[in-house]
Ligand binder design. Structure first.
Ligand code: 5RP
Length: 238
């Protein structure tokens, strides 16, 4: 039998996540290639009569959901959501995540925090024992970029972490990437983050850091596919 492609694995977990969706739910709609597949499958169900309302986590997801006919709302009108379905760049055995590879981490975290459950859809390549193989995205205000970058690097040093910090560029590869919120992103190649909680605390205390890509205590379930199976992994105490 031929090996499943990564796209096939992503499609499988996106379809499986529909099992968590119920009539009348208020849904957070994630960002990225895996979440995009979920939104497409959800739209099919909506066309078939499913009644849900969604809050997109990015302008890209908003455009996709709108075009596909999924009714949308905002966290101002609907501040509590039943479920968010989103992708991730990494997850560890405690279902701690790194997110933000697609640049939507700020809205993704706000939406996840407003949701009773967070179902993360991934393929097996995202599973790690220790977070940090994927460069940690840190969203920063444009004002004071150089000073904030130094503070971020100093925080890494204090925690015994080392690695290159680079300003994310957009598709032109000459201009900085700008998030939906108008900020920049520092990609921090740390290799391994043995104590994500300590790092998260240090980063939120730096003026100029808007948000970071460590999602701790938010994911309640990870749906992961490998070539042979789809696994549904629940967080202890969730
Ligand atoms: O955090 C994200 C966007 O900010 C994405 O969920 C993450 O990058 C995974 O994306 P993909 O499903 O394309 O691998």
């Amino acid at each position: 039998m031929p090996e499943a492609t990564q796209d096939e694995l992503k499609s499988r977990v996106a379809v499986r996540a529909l099992d968590f969706v119920q009539e009348g739910m208020r849904l957070g709609l994630g960002t990225g290639t895996t979440a995009k597949l979920f939104v497409a499958h959800l739209a099919e169900r909506v066309r078939g009569g499913l009644n849900v309302v969604g809050v997109p986590t990015s302008e890209a997801t908003r455009a996709q959901a709108e075009a596909a006919g999924i009714p949308l709302t905002t966290l101002d009108d609907t501040p509590e959501l039943d479920l968010v379905v989103d992708g991730a760049d990494e997850f560890d055995p405690e279902l701690r995540l790194i997110k933000g590879g697609g640049g939507a981490l700020l809205r993704e975290k706000i939406v996840a925090a407003a949701s009773r459950r967070m179902v993360v859809i991934t393929d097996v390549s995202k599973r790690v024992e220790v977070l940090g193989r994927f460069p940690l995205p840190v969203e920063v205000n444009r004002f004071g970029l150089g000073a904030t970058t130094r503070q971020v690097e100093a925080a890494f040093q204090r925690l015994g972490l080392a690695g290159a910090v680079s300003l994310r560029l957009d598709k032109t590869l000459s201009d900085p990437f700008v998030t939906d919120g108008g900020h920049h992103i520092l990609d921090c190649r740390l290799g391994a983050i043995p104590e994500p909680e300590r790092l998260a605390e240090a980063l939120v205390n730096i003026p100029g850091v808007v948000e970071h890509g460590l999602f701790i205590g938010l994911a309640t379930t990870v749906i992961m596919a490998d070539a042979s199976q789809t696994y549904v992994i629940g967080r202890q105490n969730s």
